[in-house]
Design a protein around this ligand. Structure first.
Ligand code: GLN
Length: 308
């Protein structure tokens, strides 16, 4: 197949760009190897193509958010989740305290305020922090088609410096948007962000979304099609934070970035896409990841607004 050669070629072409910087507000991420560069595609029948560091594991960070959102909807139904978290792009950075004025409802599940709320929704009302996290870990693993684990060093490093997320969680608690102890929610959400994934895992998770919720390798229907539709819609409008409009108009498929340098993209009905490169731009999106996705989109006609 010419695909791996093509993927290696675009890695070679984008590889020289060392602009941007690794996230430094989480000490353990600042210490990550900035030169990692990988790409992986997984079709909905489970065929995989990859090049570069596709087997290096990093913490999933914000790429966990659409999947936790999917799990919350699958468990409680969309109406219930919408009462707590909206679906409007915030146009602001991922760690902004964007809450609707009167209700205190976070604008969407892709910013931290919305993701903390989504995390708190998972599991039965009397679940403790550990049970909530375990449900999330199992859910993420089902999307990936293998058991995922936590990077404990990243977890404690982020929790030690989680002042901003603690502030956001306290605001959410004061508005009654979350009912749990704010610190428990921050700890659980931080653990969710610390789950280790390779580009292969991310591509498999993306392929599960591309495949209407059915994991291509295990055949498991992880969530219903209607849940996937909701998740991809929100990824499309809010997944790239304050660069979402630029991303949608130029690259044109729903995607989610994470502060460890991953980008996950979905071409519905076709393929899951993952890139990894830790240096980030001002929006917190991977510099070379954006370039790789841009190249693949134009070379392979992946913009979903373009007629075939
Ligand atoms: N764990 C990170 C945080 O809450 C996730 C942010 C991200 O990946 N953009 O700040």
């Amino acid at each position: 197949s010419p695909v791996p050669d093509y993927l290696q070629q675009i890695l070679d072409e984008c590889g020289g760009d060392t602009s941007g910087a690794t996230a430094d507000y989480i000490p353990e991420l600042a210490a990550a190897d900035p030169d990692l560069l990988g790409v992986c595609l997984s079709t909905i029948d489970g065929t995989r193509y990859e090049a570069g560091d596709a087997e290096v594991a990093v913490s999933i960070q914000s790429i966990s958010k659409p999947f936790a959102y999917a799990l919350a909807i699958a468990e409680h139904g969309l109406d219930h989740v919408l009462q707590r978290v909206g679906v409007e792009p915030s146009g602001e950075a991922f760690n902004e305290l964007s809450l609707e004025r009167d209700s205190g409802r976070p604008l969407n599940p892709m910013i931290n305020a919305g993701a903390l709320t989504t995390h708190a929704l998972i599991g039965p009302p009397d679940a403790d922090a550990e049970q909530r996290f375990e449900l999330v870990r199992q859910g993420l693993s089902a999307f990936a088609g293998r058991e995922l684990e936590v990077d404990e060093a990243v977890y404690s490093s982020e929790l030690d410096t989680a002042y901003r997320n603690i502030a956001i969680a306290n605001m959410l608690r004061s508005y009654g948007v979350i009912d749990h102890e704010p610190m428990d929610v921050v700890a659980g959400y931080t653990r969710q962000c610390s789950v280790l994934v390779t580009s292969r895992d991310l591509a498999a998770m993306a392929a599960t979304l591309a495949n209407g919720g059915v994991q291509p390798s295990t055949g498991e229907q992880v969530v219903e099609r209607s849940v996937v539709r909701q998740v991809l819609s929100v990824m499309m409008t809010c997944g790239m934070y304050d660069a979402a409009g630029d991303w949608m108009s130029t690259i044109g498929f729903p995607a989610k970035s994470g502060v460890s340098g991953g980008i996950l993209g979905v071409l519905p009905g076709q393929v899951g896409i993952a890139t990894l490169s830790p240096r980030l731009d001002d929006h917190g999106n991977s510099v070379r990841g954006v370039q790789l996705c841009s190249r693949m989109s134009s070379d392979m006609g992946m913009h979903i607004m373009e007629p075939p």
